[in-house]
Write a protein that binds this ligand. Structure first.
Ligand code: TXA
Ligand code: MG
Length: 542
C-alpha cells in the first residue's frame, strides 16, 4: 500500500477532505492532525476500522481508544449519561486537549473500549481534525498515530516514518501545537481521577470540578500484577531505542556527569540556553520553567535520538514541584523510570546471603534501578589473572604445584585450601584483602558516574568488606528452596547440595548484621520486599 500525504490547512474547504472522508466512510484509517499529537483515525462505530487501527499500530488489544467528536452535543450518542461535571469541564476546556471517561452508550462497540463499560471522549480544537469529523459525519476513534511504544507523532513526517505502507493516507495539518497527548480524566469514579496528565493541568481541572485524585500510575511505575485504571499506563511508552536517564541536579553537576560519556554515542537533552561546558551533542527541548515549550518539543527530540542512532541520552529533569505533570510523566516513561539524583549522597550497598538465597535476582533488580553492580565472584576470578605478587603469596603458602606452566591451577589450589579449616582461613587471609582492594577501586570509579554501587559477594561479612558498606542487604530463602535452586543451578547431587548448605554460617550470622532483609522466594512479592531499599537509597523516580 502506498501512503499518500495531503496537506490541509484550516482555511481549506470541504473538497480537500473528500478523499479522507471517503476512506473513513469505507472503514479505512487515516493519519489525522490534532493540537495534541497526530491521531490514527477510523470510524469509531465500525469494528473493521477499529481492527485496522489496532493492527497498524501493533497496539495491545486491551488498550482502549479515544473517540473524537466535533461538537459537545455529539457526546450524547456515545455515553449513557452526561453528568454536570462533564458539562462544566467541556464548557471550560472543549474544544481542546482534555479527554473525559464516562459510562459508554450501547452504540459504542466494545472493541473501541477494549471491553470496558466506559468510553473516552474528546473534542479536539485543531480545525482540520474538527472538519474531518464534521464532514465524515462519524465519531472518530483515534489513538496517537505511532507504532505502539514509540513517542507520539507531532508532525506528519513522524506518522509517515512509523506507518508508511500500512495506511493509505496522512493528512498533514502542520506541527501539533501542544506536543503531548490530552489530559485524561475519569468521571466514572465518585471523585474525578486524573489518569494521564496533559496540558490541561491538575490545578485547572480542580478549579472547575473541585478535588481531583491523581492515579498512582501517573508518576510511578506499575507494580507487578497491579490493576490499572487506564490500560495505556501499563505499557512501555514513548521509548526511543536509546537508553534515556533523567538527571536531577544543577547544570554544572549535569555536565560533569554527562561528559564522562563523551565518546560513547551519548547525547543530552537540556533546557534552552544551556549547552556550554557539555562535551556531548545536545538537544534543547524547551525553556526550563515553561512547560508548554517543553511539551512542544519533547517527542520530536525523542524521535530524533532514533534517527541519529543514539545509544544513550541524559535529560535535564523538569521541575518536579510543578503541578504540570505531563512532561515529567512522559519523560519518566521514556526513561523507564531511570532517575539519578546528582545531589544525593553516594551509597555503597553490600549484598549477601546464603548459597541459593537469590542474590543475583536482587542485584539484577537494583541494576535495573540504576545501581552499578560489582560481582564479587567475577572480581575473585579476575584478580588471579596476570597477578605475579598474588601468585607468589599463594605458592609460598600452598606450594609450587598449584601452578601449571606458571599459570594457576584453580582445582589444585582448591583441593589444598579446602583440606582443613585452617588452610581455608589461610587462603582467605591472602585473597580477601586483594579482592577488597580491587572492589574498592572499581567502586570508586563507579561513583564518578553512579550514585549507588552494590557489591554482591557471598563472603562480604567474612572478608571485612561489609564494614566499609553504608548498608548491608541480606537475601534469604527457606533451606528447601535454596537446596532445590543450587541443585538446578550448579547441576549437583542432593548430597553435595546438603554438604554445601551445612557448611554455611548460621542465619543469625547474616541477620544480625543486616540493614535490609529481602525474602526472595515468592517472585510476586519481591518488588515489595525491595521497596524499602529503593525508597531509602534510590532517591526518586520510583
Ligand atoms: O491527545 C490525545 O489524546 C491523542 C489524540 C490523537 O487525540 N490520542 C491519544 O490516544 O493519545 P492514545 O490511544 O494514544 O491514548 C489513550 C489513552 C490510553 O492511555 C488509554 O488507556 C486511555 O486513554 N483510555 C481510553 N479509554 C479509556 C477508558 N475507557 N478507561 C480508561 N482509560 C482509557
Ligand atoms: Mg498513544
Amino acid at each position: 500500500m502506498n501512503t499518500e500525504i495531503i496537506k490541509i490547512s484550516a482555511a481549506d474547504g470541504a473538497e480537500k477532505y473528500e478523499k479522507a472522508v471517503e476512506l473513513l466512510k469505507n472503514d479505512n484509517i487515516v493519519g489525522m492532525p490534532t493540537e495534541t499529537v497526530y491521531g490514527l483515525a477510523g470510524n469509531a462505530l465500525s469494528e473493521l476500522s477499529v481492527k485496522r487501527i489496532f493492527e497498524a499500530k501493533g497496539r495491545p488489544q486491551d488498550n482502549p481508544l479515544i473517540v473524537h467528536i466535533s461538537e459537545f452535543s455529539e457526546i450524547y450518542d456515545l455515553v449513557s449519561s452526561v453528568p454536570e461535571v462533564a458539562k462544566k469541564l467541556a464548557a471550560e476546556f472543549w474544544p481542546g486537549p482534555l479527554t473525559m471517561i464516562l459510562p459508554k452508550s450501547e452504540k459504542v462497540p466494545f472493541c473501541v473500549t477494549a471491553g470496558l463499560d466506559s468510553v473516552a471522549v474528546r473534542c479536539p480544537s485543531h480545525a482540520v481534525a474538527r472538519n474531518l469529523i464534521k464532514f465524515s459525519g462519524l465519531p472518530i476513534a483515534a489513538p496517537s498515530a505511532n507504532i505502539s511504544g514509540k513517542p507520539s507523532p507531532t508532525k506528519a513526517e513522524h506518522v509517515f516514518s512509523d506507518l508508511n505502507g500500512k495506511i493509505p493516507l496522512i493528512i498533514d495539518g502542520g506541527e501539533s501545537e501542544e506536543g503531548v497527548e490530552s489530559t485524561v480524566i475519569s468521571l466514572c469514579t465518585a471523585t474525578p481521577k486524573l489518569l494521564r496528565p496533559g496540558n490541561v493541568t491538575l490545578t485547572e481541572l480542580e478549579r472547575v470540578c473541585g478535588k481531583v485524585l491523581v492515579d498512582d500510575a501517573v508518576l510511578n511505575p506499575l507494580k507487578q500484577g497491579e490493576r490499572v485504571s487506564s490500560p495505556g499506563m501499563k505499557y512501555k511508552h514513548y521509548s526511543p531505542n536509546a537508553t534515556v536517564t533523567i538527571l536531577k541536579g544543577e547544570y554544572t553537576a549535569f555536565c560533569s556527569y554527562v561528559n564522562k560519556f563523551k565518546n560513547e554515542n551519548t547525547y543530552a537533552m537540556v533546557f534552552d540556553g544551556e549547552g556550554e561546558g557539555l562535551n556531548v551533542k545536545c538537544f534543547s527541548y524547551g525553556k526550563k520553567d515553561d512547560y508548554r515549550s517543553l511539551s512542544n518539543k519533547l517527542f520530536d527530540v525523542l524521535r530524533e535520538l532514533d534517527n541519529i542512532g543514539a545509544k544513550q541520552c541524559f535529560v535535564r529533569c523538569p521541575d518536579e514541584t510543578s503541578d504540570d505533570l505531563a512532561v515529567l510523566n512522559r519523560l519518566l516513561r521514556a526513561a523507564a523510570f531511570r532517575v539519578i539524583d546528582l545531589n544525593s549522597p553516594k551509597t555503597l550497598l553490600g549484598l549477601t546471603g546464603k548459597t541459593g538465597a537469590g542474590k543475583s535476582t536482587v542485584s539484577m533488580y537494583l541494576k535495573e534501578k540504576g545501581a552499578y553492580v560489582i560481582d564479587g565472584d567475577v572480581v575473585a576470578r579476575e584478580i588471579l589473572i596476570d597477578n605475579p605478587p598474588l601468585l607468589e603469596k599463594l605458592t609460598q603458602s600452598f606450594g609450587e604445584d598449584i601452578l601449571e606452566n606458571g599459570v594457576l591451577n584453580r582445582k589444585a589450589l582448591a583441593k589444598k585450601a579446602f583440606q582443613s579449616p585452617e588452610k581455608t582461613e589461610l587462603l582467605n587471609s591472602i585473597m580477601h584483602p586483594a579482592i577488597n582492594e580491587k572492589i574498592q577501586n572499581e567502586a570508586n570509579n563507579a561513583f564518578s558516574t553512579y550514585s549507588v554501587v552494590v557489591v554482591d559477594a557471598a563472603a562480604i561479612i567474612e572478608s571485612g568488606y561489609a564494614a566499609l558498606c553504608d548498608k548491608l542487604i541480606v537475601v534469604t530463602a527457606p533451606e528447601a528452596i535454596r537446596k532445590e535452586r543450587i541443585i538446578k543451578r550448579d547441576n549437583i547431587s542432593q548430597k553435595d547440595a546438603e554438604i554445601r548448605i551445612n557448611g554455611q554460617k548460621t542465619d543469625n550470622f547474616y541477620l544480625s548484621r543486616a540493614d535490609y532483609v529481602v525474602k526472595n522466594y515468592e517472585p510476586h512479592l519481591l518488588e515489595d520486599e525491595i521497596k524499602p531499599i529503593i525508597e531509602g537509597v534510590f532517591c526518586c523516580g520510583n
